[in-house]
Design a protein. Sequence first.
Length: 661
Amino acid sequence: MSDDLFDKLPAGSAEAYDSSAIEVLEGLEPVRRRPGMYIGGIDERALHHLAAEVLDNSMDEAVAGHANRIEVTLEEGNRLTITDNGRGMPVDEHPKYPGKSALEVILTTLHSGGKFSGKAYATSGGLHGVGVSVVNALSVLTRVEVARNKEVYAQEFSRGSPTGPLAKIGNAPNRRGTCVTFVPDAEIFGEDAKFKPLRLFRLARSKAYLFAGVEIRWKCAPSLVSDEVPAEATFQFPGGLADHLTEQLGTRECVTTQFFRGSQDFPGEQQGRVEWAIAWPLWSDGAYSWYCNTIPTPDGGTHEQGLRAALTKGIRAFAELIGQKKAKDIAPEDVITGSEIMLSVFIRDPQFQSQTKDRLTSPEAARMVENAVRDHFDHFLSDNLERGKALLGHVMERMDERLRRKAEREVKRKTATNARKLRLPGKLTDCSGEGSGETELFIVEGDSAGGSAKQARDRKTQAILPIRGKILNVASATADKIRANQEIADLGLALGCGTRKDCNPDNLRYDRIVIMTDADVDGAHIATLLMTFFFQEMPELVRRGHLYLAQPPLYRITSGSTSAYAKDDAHRAELEATKFKGKKVEVGRFKGLGEMNPQQLRETTMSPATRSLIRITLPPEYEGRAAVKELVDKLMGRDPAQRFMFIQNRAGELDPEMIDA
């Protein structure tokens, strides 16, 4: 390095960065400093995630056969107590931490728990050993009482630290179990953040549906009671998910008089369980509930994939059995769309996409669900031919409608390509529309990425539209400015379905719209602007599930002849600790999609066989859509004060490395 460079450095810059600037966060400090990394944010959903973490621990005791009763009590002052009659947390001294009880270690140390080895729990929802310690870190008060070995012990904590030692407080010859009481910290969640009684009430009831052997008792302070939330209730459902679906369906008429329900246990090393309940109402937008080890996984995952495969293969086989040849064109969406599904799996060592466990990623779950459901579905269809034919007819109606819409789009696309080429944007590289797969439009960031994408695409089914950087923020722009914007005009021409009141999804020229931007902050910003555009200008496309986010990798990790791709820093660390454990690796960082060669882009991001897409949808209920609109207006609208307040309230969640980037 030349001396000239040192001469140009600002005065004092070297002294500003030395060893004193390096922080080491110990104990539960990282949780309080970055709560979003552990519970997905500090909003209402994250607040209720704390309740779910504690309740899941009690449910794990029940599923393991050590508890049959759980009590959930919501008191005034945002105070929640969850009690079970399980084995009780261990209170003896921990061998690795002399002078500390195992209870204190569990409450104050990340990644401590009894669910890593599988010896204490065959299947469990809490897997990372961070659940109750995170709750403790983010609560102004946590009190734990344990009844064990005919004695009762208690210890209290505040913001992750003990306020006193573990103490024996009495004898309990006929009692056992764990009682956790906590009050979320207003410094973290805000003074106005309160538990919603109805949300907790529904959470408690849903857990009882998921495991037929448990009784869950609900209690609520009189001041929190409402028409929908009673002061006391007891939940126990011998029929499990079937009872839940029966209640959800009410008196609605379905395609089959009996819905498809069942369960299967897997003994031995595989050791797991699959339970399902599925109905096809005559009129429904569809409702899907996916669970793993009693944990809701709203984004689905591999267990959902296994169910889709089993149902699709089953209905095709039944059609072949009765001589219906057209059924070979049935796709999973024809069977699933409009159905109401509840699927619950229990597996050993499940893997989730994140600590909030929104999506299951364990490959074995797909195989287990498909194996469990397929035989039962074959019997469901063939044991009663009239029932099977009724469902097949319903599915084929959806198939015919899907193929009709696809054919119309193909005609429109060919017409536009051959007769009206001048009306399509010049940068659009269209697909031929002659392939057997569904058609897709990839909206990519910049000409460089567009060039790689054009070489990586499937010419029959995948079209490419490069856009120039960050498009107009339509949420804060006037209608005249939106109409005058060239990038938005090009996008509208490529899609061919119109905007706002003139938007007709049936005229959409592609089956999927895929936003494919760089895996960095700028890419996320562009994706956000595009999602805002679709939400405001073409909301029906979003509601119908046509919009997707591509998931390009940020890193390529190589060791010898073995390579793997990581989507972010956490995924990179996970791969280095598992797939490449103990090996010397080379790590390459992609600065953008344009840096990836076409083969890499195809393999990681564009090929349906190997890629991962996130579907962007809108909540079906009015309240959910209204909440989304409120959030979009707040973050993307014309009032900068609301954005400033949002950023201020969540500044503590930001990663300094991302800020520097």
